[in-house]
Design a protein around this ligand. Structure first.
Ligand SMILES: Cc1cc2nc3c(=O)[nH]c(=O)nc-3n(C[C@H](O)[C@H](O)[C@H](O)COP(=O)(O)OP(=O)(O)OC[C@H]3O[C@@H](n4cnc5c(N)ncnc54)[C@H](O)[C@@H]3O)c2cc1C
Length: 437
């Protein structure tokens, strides 16, 4: 049989084969070398990724089913994370220090690949930390952030309490009040917070309250409730669809008095902000939006981790499972689903890394790129975990296999930290300059 002759293409590559970088550079007359643009992770990032993956694989994943079934906060795993330096003030500072912004999402992706409920138990504290960083003075950061974590022998957690029973997406509707008692230099908080991750079990609660309801969200202030403060009690614990190891509860504030120094940013700054709002002067809305945009890629990275876990499991399963005398992956419908899953997960990660890099390097989120990353990753996680169940068939629907849990876990990523609809609002307003409702 005559061998088919293959014709070299203009780049020097043989038809049907991929041109190498050398072929292309030879044909076009430029050198392949270092580029100022790189999608490659640095050695430091790769090392941290491997370390976080090892913890996720050896400690988190084996414990996932147990803590999901128990629906209890996995203190022993959080303590393990604290002991190896993955949970704590220094750890978070180290992840944030990476000038590219990528270490935080990289670590989150790996940990949530291990398990989302345990991942949230370890990383839920960062919500409180972000609240302190976005509003607090340097002194308040030094005082309160380490208290959110405790120490490796006695780890603590922090909670960020903004949502209320009648106000989630609509932040201007918060009813929790904070009144200043000038004689005692104390703030008195009253109200009910809902859905708080770590609410009631936290050492430090960061609470958003209104000091002037007429000003809507411009009348809000953030307060730290120090440990053991009277009048701050956990309410009902929420029984959830997913991330069941993570603790979610209401928080009741009943004449809860905190020192004046617990108002994040201080009274002078608050008074100035209120005065500006009452005069109808420009708000710092852009600054607030920037803070959210900066934290959203981390949340997106968590969703990427869940999606990847489900995809990897489904891929291996499809290569093993046989039906009609062949591996199920040999059917295009299964193989194409897996191809789409891989592509969508990679696309979500690229959006996450872009937004993380933009946030860390101070770029303007002109098109709400932070929201894009969270929206895309959350929706990919829900879709990919559902596809994984389909690929596993009946086994996918059973608690004997992890993709069922991953699907339950994934759903919250289209709801918390701004629902998918709210992300679309933010993006559409950013790209159009029009106040879309
Ligand atoms: C497990 C879990 C953990 C959580 N952790 C925290 C936490 O730590 N701290 C905290 O403060 N909160 C937390 N939340 C609350 C979460 O952020 C809110 O549930 C979320 O913001 C949505 O608010 P909502 O539930 O009141 O829904 P609603 O605001 O009532 O929205 C209901 C539906 O209407 C849609 N909708 C609302 N307004 C619009 C609009 N203008 N245009 C289009 N659609 C719209 C929403 O997208 C949604 O689909 C948590 C929630 C859960 C379930």
């Amino acid at each position: 049989m005559a061998t088919e002759e293959k014709t070299p293409t203009a780049t020097g590559a043989v038809e049907g084969e991929t041109a190498s970088a050398e072929d292309i550079s030879g044909a076009l007359g430029f050198e392949i070398g270092d580029s100022p643009f790189s999608l490659e992770l640095s050695q430091d990032q790769l090392d941290i990724q491997e370390w976080a993956h090892g913890f996720a694989e050896n400690t988190v994943r084996p414990a996932a089913e147990e803590w999901d079934e128990r629906e209890e906060f996995p203190w022993p795993i959080v303590q393990e994370a604290a002991k190896i330096g993955l949970y704590g003030f220094e750890a978070i500072a180290q992840f944030w220090a990476d000038p590219s912004g990528l270490t935080m999402p990289i670590v989150n992706e790996e940990l949530f690949w291990g398990d989302a409920g345990i991942g949230m138990s370890i990383f839920g504290t960062t919500l409180a930390v972000a609240g302190i960083y976005s509003s607090g003075t340097p002194e308040q950061m030094i005082e309160f952030v380490p208290q959110c974590f405790g120490d490796p022998d006695d780890p603590k957690v922090g909670a960020f309490c903004a949502s209320e029973p009648d106000a989630g997406s609509d932040v201007s509707a918060y009813r929790t009040t904070a009144k200043y008692d000038e004689a005692k230099d104390e703030w008195v908080l009253n109200g009910q917070k809902a859905w708080a991750t770590n609410g009631g079990i936290a050492n430090i609660h960061v609470v958003i309250a209104t000091v002037d309801r007429e000003l809507g969200s411009r009348g809000h202030a953030a307060f730290v409730i120090p440990p053991g403060t009277k009048g701050c009690e956990q309410g009902a614990k929420v029984k959830k669809h997913g991330i069941r190891a993570s603790h979610t509860a209401d928080l009741h504030l009943d004449d809860c008095r905190v020192p004046g120094s617990c108002l994040l940013g201080g009274k002078e700054k608050l008074d100035e902000k209120l005065a500006r709002a009452r005069e109808g002067k420009g708000s710092k809305g852009q600054a607030a939006m920037k803070t959210f945009e900066v934290s959203r890629p981390t949340v997106g990275a968590q969703a990427v981790g869940i999606a990847r876990a489900a995809y990897e499991f489904a891929l291996e399963y499809a290569k093993e499972r046989e039906a009609f005398g062949r591996k199920i992956i040999e059917n295009q419908s299964i193989a194409f689903d897996l191809a789409d899953m891989k592509m969508e997960i990679d696309a979500a990660r690229l959006l996450v890394h872009r937004a993380a890099w933009m946030g860390r390097t101070g770029k303007d989120f002109k098109n709400a790129e932070g929201s894009m990353s969270k929206l895309k990753a959350g929706e990919v996680a829900v879709w990919a975990t559902e596809r994984a169940i389909q690929i596993l068939g009946g086994n996918g629907y059973s608690r004997e296999f992890p993709v069922e849990r991953m699907h339950r876990d994934a759903k919250i990523w289209t709801i918390f930290e701004g629902t998918s609809e709210i992300q679309r609002l933010v993006i559409s307003r950013a790209i159009s300059g029009i106040h879309i409702n």
